[in-house]
Write a protein that binds this ligand. Structure first.
Ligand code: KG4
Ligand code: ZN
Length: 336
């Protein structure tokens, strides 16, 4: 079974081909850069870019893989959560192409894609596992029992970890997206004794809250002139606070569930400092840590093609009604 995957939930146009027996055949991504000037994603611009980029990207992927449209057995697309207009571009193309080719189409949950992405790598994690999903829109810990069997153990009450990186980078004038910018600046920074809050770590539970962190950073930034070294030191303190908070909650969740496998997924999972910290923690706790390559942490078509391949191979397909789900709770999913 050969499946084309299409991801258009935000500002990345991603496509990929996944074969049930041979695995990932190829993938391609176009990252929209025009949003940087606005300090965040502009939904209307994102939709327009997807419209322009999606078909040429699919064409070149098929060409590169030596695959003809007639070889496809199904098309998977991100149906939510995400920006409504952006999702509609991918959904409309996927559904109409599938209709024309007389093959099934299937809407995939974006976060399911992220959760399964580490399974695209060599030596993939078996089920069950604990997943830390940290992206620009979500921060959550999930007990992953199998395909479609997810229990959310804790999530953010307000901003996601990636959002804290993005908003803080804007405060420091470091550009968008903020995660890679903060992480690059932090390499030139050092521990100046400034300790930003580790939200909700002083009480039991697995919930997160990152909105106050940006305010704490704004207040700290006012204390001294914001030269390059000060920016780097503040970036260091911010990254340290976020990573420390995430790592502490992972430890708690591992203790509560007894899981022996921890998976990091989502854009913030590309953060080197987070990976190093969790690698050290995993070694100490005697558990195994898994994470996808950085390109499969951030949004990509491969994770959607993979999730679609598993579900379509199990016989699942879209119902007759056409639509997307900009808000779609992960725990509404079920196995195929
Ligand atoms: O998963 P993703 O590509 O999109 C969503 O589904 O949200 O995640 C994007 C988020 C952004 O907030 C971005 O700043 C963050 O991931 N990010 C990082 C890094 N690379 C991307 N955060 C920290 N360190 C990074 N290296
Ligand atoms: Zn994402």
């Amino acid at each position: 079974m050969l499946v084309l995957g299409i991801e258009t939930s935000c500002d990345d146009t991603g496509v990929a081909l996944c074969d049930r027996d041979r695995g990932l055949r190829g993938h391609a991504l176009f990252s929209q850069l025009g949003h940087a000037a606005f300090g965040g994603v502009v939904p209307e611009l994102a939709s327009r870019d997807h419209i322009q980029k999606l078909l040429p990207l699919i064409d070149s992927l098929l060409h590169e893989c030596g695959v003809d449209l007639s070889h496809l057995d199904g098309i998977a697309y991100t149906a939510g959560p995400g920006l409504a207009g952006a999702l509609l571009v991918g959904a409309a193309l996927a559904r109409s192409l599938a209709f024309a080719l007389d093959i099934p189409a299937l809407g995939i949950h974006h976060l399911e894609g992220h959760l399964l992405a580490p399974r695209l790598e060599a030596d993939p994690p078996d089920f069950p596992f604990l997943a830390l999903l940290v992206s620009g829109g979500h921060t959550l810990l999930a007990d992953v029992q199998g395909l479609g069997a997810y229990t959310i153990l804790g999530e953010s009450r307000d901003d996601a970890a990636g959002e804290a990186f993005d908003k803080s980078a804007q405060v420091l004038g470091l550009g968008y997206p903020g995660g890679p910018a903060i992480s690059a600046a932090a390499r030139h920074g050092s521990d100046t004794g400034l300790r930003l809050p580790r939200p909700l770590t002083d009480r039991p539970g697995l919930e997160f809250s990152f909105s106050g962190l940006k305010t704490a950073l704004v207040l700290a930034a006012r204390e001294h002139p914001l030269d390059e070294q000060r920016r780097a030191d503040l970036a260091f303190a911010l990254q340290d606070a976020i990573v420390d908070t995430l790592a502490l909650k992972c430890r708690r969740a591992l203790a509560a569930t007894g899981h022996q496998r921890l998976v990091i997924a989502g854009g913030v999972g590309a953060n080197q400092h987070l990976r190093e910290r969790l690698t050290a923690d995993a070694r100490e706790l005697g558990i195994r840590l898994y994470y996808p390559r950085p390109a499969f942490c951030t949004d990509n078509g491969a994770m959607i093609a993979y999730a679609g391949c598993l579900r379509l191979a199990a016989g699942q397909k879209d119902t007759g009604t056409f639509g997307v789900r900009p808000r779609w709770p992960l725990n509404e999913l079920s196995p195929p």
